[in-house]
Design a protein around this ligand. Structure first.
Ligand SMILES: Cc1cc2nc3c(=O)[nH]c(=O)nc-3n(C[C@H](O)[C@H](O)[C@H](O)COP(=O)(O)O)c2cc1C
Length: 397
């Protein structure tokens, strides 16, 4: 059995977080949404290969992920670039499955899973149900919320669990049984899948194909043995990934602009570290030995006062701290900020801008000064594009 993962969507509801980074590879704990699913499916004896269908915009990010991920899984993983570059020219879930079948000449049973759901149960039960029924199979659960019900694929079944009716986003739902995006099709369904779109099957939502198969062949539904989290919104993602803070000190605005981009790509909270007494141009004059910045930077123990108005500091799981490089390192006001809030046990990453010098010593310096913090390597961000920024930020979590 092949595991075909549908990962080519553009997740437009989660912009800007997913504008430059694919939703399936968003970090969740020390893993990603996609890896959580693969960890489960890879352990199933019946599965002999994973095929991940992605789009042209994100193929490179998946290729980089695969370099590291391939060692983690027992079964081989192949990627397919569906050629689309935006939501407007997307191929759709059914089109992507057809493309995978054609490209890899699949003649096997197929588990089809969308890569944007987290499950608290194994897909093993669906595989067992498939073996028992010998037809295509899906899960269902009961959706009692009327608003959500209208947005789902709704099914009716006979007493044997055979699907007798299936409608995507029905205006008048005939039941409360709804289907999450996990399906198994048998090898004998493949010719039907290949001709489905030509025969009127809608191409966009994966549930359309299941509905089509229920009409032209046979489909059985199994009650989902646990719950799933559909990561369809920024709030939903924040709830599982933990909150991100992007704090910055930026007396002349360069670091502030980078911080804004970083907050966009991490869906983080932007926070300015404000000195109690603002730095004037004279304060910043590094050529004058007696200027405020020169005096502060000469004294490693100086701790310029800040306005300590960061709310719920403890609620953040990941904290990015941005600053301008001063005298080859971080301004001491950054020490004030860290010591005010502690951040013990949190993941903290610095980013910086400079006139050209690097800041490579800061990683060691911070790790030595604040060993209770889980420091990840910081980065000088004098130039970047938003895509590489998103990839770096995701790797820091
Ligand atoms: C007091 C002071 C010291 C600086 N020291 C350095 C330095 O050692 N190396 C460097 O490349 N740039 C240095 N710079 C330049 C800043 O790092 C750079 O202009 C930065 O992007 C400013 O960020 P901001 O606009 O967020 O304040 C220094 C600037 C100031 C004001």
């Amino acid at each position: 059995m092949k595991n075909v993962v549908l990962a080519a969507g553009y997740a437009t509801r989660m912009y800007p977080l997913t504008e430059n980074f694919p939703k399936p590879l968003l970090p969740v704990g020390d893993s990603t949404i996609l890896d959580k699913m693969l960890e489960d499916v890879d352990a199933l004896d019946e599965i002999d290969e994973h095929i991940i269908v992605t789009n042209h915009r994100f193929i490179k990010i998946f290729e980089d992920w695969l370099v590291v991920a391939s060692d983690r899984y027992a079964k081989p993983i192949r990627l397919l670039d569906d050629g689309s570059t935006s939501n407007d020219n997307r191929i759709g879930a059914v089109g992507d499955l057809v493309a995978a079948i054609r490209e890899f000449d699949i003649k096997d049973d197929i588990l089809v899973a969308a890569a944007d759901n987290l499950l608290d149960f194994s897909l093993a039960s669906l595989v067992d149900f498939f073996k028992e029924k010998g037809t295509a199979v899906i899960f269902y659960y009961d959706e009692m919320d009327e608003v959500r019900l209208h947005r789902c694929g709704v099914i009716c079944m006979d007493e044997n669990g055979r699907v007798t009716d299936m409608e995507e986003k029905p205006a008048e739902p005939k039941s409360h049984h709804v289907t999450p995006p996990f399906y198994i099709y048998s090898a004998k369904d493949i010719p039907l899948i290949l001709s489905a779109i030509d025969n009127g099957c809608q191409w966009d939502a994966p549930g359309n194909l299941a509905g089509y198969i229920s009409r032209v062949a046979s489909l059985h539904a199994l009650r989902m043995p646990g719950s799933r989290l559909d990561i369809g919104s920024l709030d939903g993602y924040r709830a599982i990934s933990g909150k991100t803070l992007v704090a910055f000190f930026s007396p002349t605005g360069t670091t502030a602009a980078v911080a804004k981009d970083l907050a966009d790509v991490t869906c983080g909270t932007l926070y300015e570290i404000k000195p109690e007494v603002k730095y004037t141009a004279a304060d910043l004059d590094w050529r004058v030995k007696t200027s405020r910045s020169s005096v502060e930077m000469k004294d490693k123990n100086s701790r310029p006062a800040i306005v300590a108005d960061l709310e719920d500091a403890d609620s953040y799981k990941t904290i990015f701290i941005g600053f301008p490089v001063w005298w080859y390192t971080a301004p001491t006001i950054i020490n004030t900020f860290i010591e005010t809030y502690g951040f013990a046990g949190k993941t903290v990453i610095f980013f910086a801008t400079s006139g050209g010098s690097d800041v490579s010593g800061a990683d060691k310096q911070f790790a030595a000064q604040y060993p209770d913090i889980n420091w990840k390597p910081g980065k000088l961000l004098n130039s970047y594009d938003k895509k590489s920024l998103a990839v770096w930020a995701a790797s820091c979590k």
